[in-house]
Ligand binder design. Structure first.
Ligand SMILES: [Zn+2]
Length: 223
């Protein structure tokens, strides 16, 4: 009799345990996506903040260089001279002092500031590979003088894109022909959205489908 009673108590406890496990499973199913979402939102905000820091450093660079923004002159496919990249030109304006011949390790310090936090840990240690891309038409092109004129006249700086999430094929620059649907995942690191820094250094998020596909828009050419 005593052993039968004991068995019933254990059986009841097992049912209770299963109920508790069931409740935990339901709570986890409800809460985990919300937590994942909150984490992704946090990473997105930290990326926006990082872009803003690039903007602040760039404005200082511009005021020291008679209104010129940092221009990239070396090809994007290899290391080239360390001081020939838009992001290394900004290094001393972003708290990274690089000597006359910095080591790869020193160059990686500035590289980190140009890698979206969503890509941290997976990003290439090659110091010249970053994951923010600048507006091709304003930094790389032969029409640089014409484009810079638009900024100097203060036309639409809040609408013209300076730099954004999105490295496609290792390029440091981006233009509409690189924003095709097959490249979506290389551009939109934040749940289908890319973070964008404008020339007035405000930063915001845009979905892939909000990115203008026509170069002749304020976003790309200031037109
Ligand atoms: Zn990002």
């Amino acid at each position: 009799m005593a052993s039968h009673h004991c068995w019933r108590v254990i059986a009841f406890t097992l049912i209770e345990l299963l109920v508790v496990i069931g409740i935990i499973a339901i709570l986890a199913a409800i809460l985990l996506p919300a937590l994942k979402n909150a984490r992704a939102k946090g990473v997105q905000l930290s990326c926006l903040n990082q872009l803003k820091q690039i903007g602040v450093g760039s404005l200082e660079y511009v005021s020291d260089h008679s209104g010129y923004w940092p221009v990239k002159t070396s090809p994007p496919t290899g290391p080239g001279a360390w001081n020939d990249f838009w992001f290394t030109k900004l290094s001393c304006y972003m708290g990274v002092e690089l000597g006359a011949s910095p080591t790869d390790l020193e160059l990686q310090k500035i590289q980190k500031r140009f890698v979206c936090p969503s890509q941290a840990g997976t990003w290439s240690p090659d110091w010249w590979k970053i994951c923010y891309a600048y507006n091709y038409y304003f930094i790389y092109t032969g029409e640089y003088e014409k484009r810079i004129g638009i900024l100097r006249r203060g036309e639409k700086p809040s609408q013209i894109m300076y730099a954004m999430d999105g490295i496609v094929s290792g390029h440091h620059y981006i233009l509409p022909s690189l924003t095709t649907i097959d490249k979506k995942d290389s551009i939109c690191f934040h749940q289908g959205s890319a973070n964008i820094l404008f020339f007035d250094i405000h930063a915001t998020s845009m979905t892939f489908f909000e990115l203008p596909t026509d170069a002749h828009t304020a976003f790309w050419l200031g037109e």
